[in-house]
Ligand binder design. Structure first.
Ligand code: NAD
Ligand code: UD2
Length: 309
């Protein structure tokens, strides 16, 4: 399928733009559909003749019908990725995070496009499985509109698979990090915030004692998994966690940033975020079983690339 056309919704965003680069490098044609709410044109190789950009909204059903025409497969990454934004505006984010998925399913059914890779989230587990490696069968506890829409999207993809032969490959991302992750909101990924502030010599604020842990996953390790799912001969139903089954505390993260840069700005501590998950780690045995997982980029190396060292 090397020169086939792939639709990447949210392709101008952090993860979507890395996927788009990889697909173009592999010889594919890529159609990016993005409303540029958080995505940037500067993330895209706009001079590549194999790249087509559609500016618009996944909530626009007619646009979605046009967007899938001629596509071999779709990577559906467009979403309001901020959990806090979904809490502040559940109705608005629902248009992007749920109606967008439903529009895509209908458009794919009509056009006879089957394969779709979907970006779900560890948020579907809520606080369940906290402190252990969370397996995919862990009872779901979506605690925010963001998580509810992700889980509902998963269920709809499953329905379209059973009813209409759609081929969804659903990934539940844990904490992805790397270049192009937008650090501008207080709710941006912690690594994007800490590294931006460290580079600028601005104080870093840790919420709580810094002993909370996350399973950080470098974006360049994620992209080949998405590419495999787009092109595999068949997909197996059921969502798959994306993590390394490794716990890194924020204090360890800060030490690693300090090592890469040679120094750190002042680090202050404030109250832990209300409802913050203390420990989040993926059981990734299903991921390892279903996909070729290259050795993890060590945190230090990912940080060095992000920090331009
Ligand atoms: P991002 O904000 O950089 O990318 C999202 C992209 O979608 C942006 O380019 C944005 O402009 C676009 N978009 C948003 N709403 C849209 C709409 N209604 N119509 C068209 N385009 C729209 O975020 P990201 O971190 O790259 O996230 C990509 C996907 O992965 C999202 O679905 C997110 O929920 C999911 N995810 C990310 C993480 C993570 O750690 N980054 C974790 C779990 C899940
Ligand atoms: C991540 C995802 C979220 C959802 C959730 C599911 C991101 C940005 N968020 O939330 O979408 O999928 O996982 O469980 O990927 N922190 C600080 N200082 C800061 C910013 C953050 O101490 O300036 C702390 C924060 O309180 C938390 C940790 O860093 O303990 C990680 O925060 P995060 O927002 O990067 O990610 P998380 O796991 O809360």
């Amino acid at each position: 399928m090397s020169d086939s056309l792939i639709l990447v919704t949210g392709g101008a965003g952090f993860i979507g733009s890395h996927l788009t680069d990889a697909l173009l490098a592999a010889g594919h044609r890529v159609r990016v559909l993005d409303n540029f709410s958080t995505g940037q044109r500067s993330n895209l190789a706009l001079d590549n003749p194999r790249l087509e950009v559609l500016q618009g909204d996944v909530a626009d059903a007619a646009l979605m019908r046009r967007a899938v025409v001629g596509c071999q497969a779709v990577a559906h990454l467009a979403a309001v990725a901020s959990v806090q934004a979904s809490v502040d505006d559940p109705v608005g984010t629902h248009q992007s995070n749920f109606i967008g998925t439903l529009n895509l399913c209908e458009a794919m059914r009509e056009a006879g496009v089957r394969r779709v890779v979907y970006a779900s989230s560890a948020a579907v587990y809520g606080n369940n499985g906290e402190g252990v490696a969370v397996g995919e069968d862990t009872p779901k506890a979506p605690l925010t509109p963001y998580a509810v829409d992700k889980l509902a999207s998963e269920f709809y993809l499953d329905f379209f698979q059973r009813q209409h032969g759609l081929e969804p490959a659903i990934f539940r991302f844990f904490n992805i990090f790397g270049p192009r992750q937008d650090p501008s909101s207080p709710y941006s990924g912690v690594i994007s915030i800490f590294t931006e502030r460290a580079l600028a010599g601005k104080p870093i604020c840790v919420f709580g004692d810094g002993e909370q842990t996350r399973d950080f996953f470098y974006v360049a390790d994620l992209v080949p998994l998405l590419v495999q799912a787009l092109s595999a001969a068949k997909v197996t139903s059921g969502a798959v966690n994306v993590g390394h089954n490794q716990s890194i505390s924020l204090n360890q993260l800060l030490a690693a940033i300090g090592e890469v840069l040679g120094s750190l700005p002042a680090v202050t501590h404030t109250a832990a975020r209300a409802g913050d998950i203390r420990h989040s780690r993926a059981d990734n045995s299903l991921l390892c079983q279903r996909f070729q997982l290259a050795p993890a980029t060590p945190l230090q190396d990912g940080l060095a690339r992000l920090l331009g060292r």
